[in-house]
Design a protein around this ligand. Structure first.
Ligand code: SAM
Length: 241
């Protein structure tokens, strides 16, 4: 196993306690403000929209279901079985399929690629809090799953997001209610240096085809009543053609 048991348990504990209600989880904003914006940036780069689409680190599947409305074969994959339980409950018609996967584990990424062939991959908020030793392995896993023809879209809170979150957490009333469980379970956000992300992708044999910044909308509000948005970076990547 590549991820530490502490990390796996942190996610499992978080998802076991997370409520099912829409918008109850800190980053679980409505798709119109998240994946819909990402797709507009991603779709022009797809060489084959008919490939399977993997939502890697799908969590409770809010973005997965949006993708499954638009693509023929969508798979939500996550490290945490409890996250997948949420995702399956929220998708009773089974629009997408779901499976447990540690994307930083080479053999698991290879097995998925052997099964699906080259796939397109959507990754929102997975790399920035994973264990430092797993970040390159996760980028390598993405490269394995996309293969030659797939493309990946990654969106990750930027370095500056860590400071934004710490400032909310240190407020007079403590962290806002939806941020508190994230911190309590030891899920450390915004830990990756901005410059490191394209380096991981390049080292994995991928080329950055497009990149930019976007606000990452959360479901939580600051003391002034405005919605908390985290600065984030996005990347479209794949093998150079
Ligand atoms: C911050 S949540 C984001 C969930 C979802 N992408 C979204 O935007 O709502 C990160 C998710 O990545 C999953 N994850 C972390 N490391 C992973 C790994 N190595 N392989 C697969 N999933 C992983 C966690 O279990 C968690 O559900």
């Amino acid at each position: 196993m590549s991820v530490t048991s502490r990390y796996r348990e942190a996610w499992e504990g978080f998802w076991r306690e997370a409520p099912d209600e829409e918008g109850a989880v800190f980053w679980d904003a409505e798709p119109a403000l998240t994946v819909a914006r990402h797709l507009a940036l991603f779709e022009p780069h797809l060489t084959d929209p008919g490939l399977a689409l993997v939502d890697l680190g799908c969590g409770n599947g809010t973005q997965t279901r949006f993708l499954a409305d638009r693509f023929p074969h969508v798979l939500g994959a996550d490290l945490s079985p409890a996250a997948l339980d949420h995702a399956r409950r929220a998708d009773p018609a089974g629009q997408a399929t779901y499976r447990q996967l540690d994307a930083a584990e080479k053999a698991e990424a290879q097995a998925l690629h052997a099964e699906l062939g080259d796939a397109n991959v959507y990754v929102r908020g997975v790399l920035h809090q994973c264990e430092a030793d797993d970040r390159q392995a996760l980028a390598d896993g993405i490269a394995t799953i996309v293969g030659e023809r797939g493309r990946a879209f990654l969106v990750e809170p930027s370095e500056a997001a860590g400071a934004v979150l710490r400032s909310f957490a240190a407020g007079p009333g403590g962290p806002p209610p939806k941020l508190a469980p994230v911190l309590r379970h030891g899920i450390a956000p915004g830990e990756v240096a901005d410059a490191a992300v394209p380096e991981f992708l390049t080292a994995a044999g991928l080329t950055v085809l497009a990149t930019g910044t976007l606000p990452l909308t959360t479901t939580e509000y600051g003391p002034d009543g405005t919605r908390i948005e985290l600065p984030s970076l996005w990347f479209v990547t794949g093998r150079a053609t």
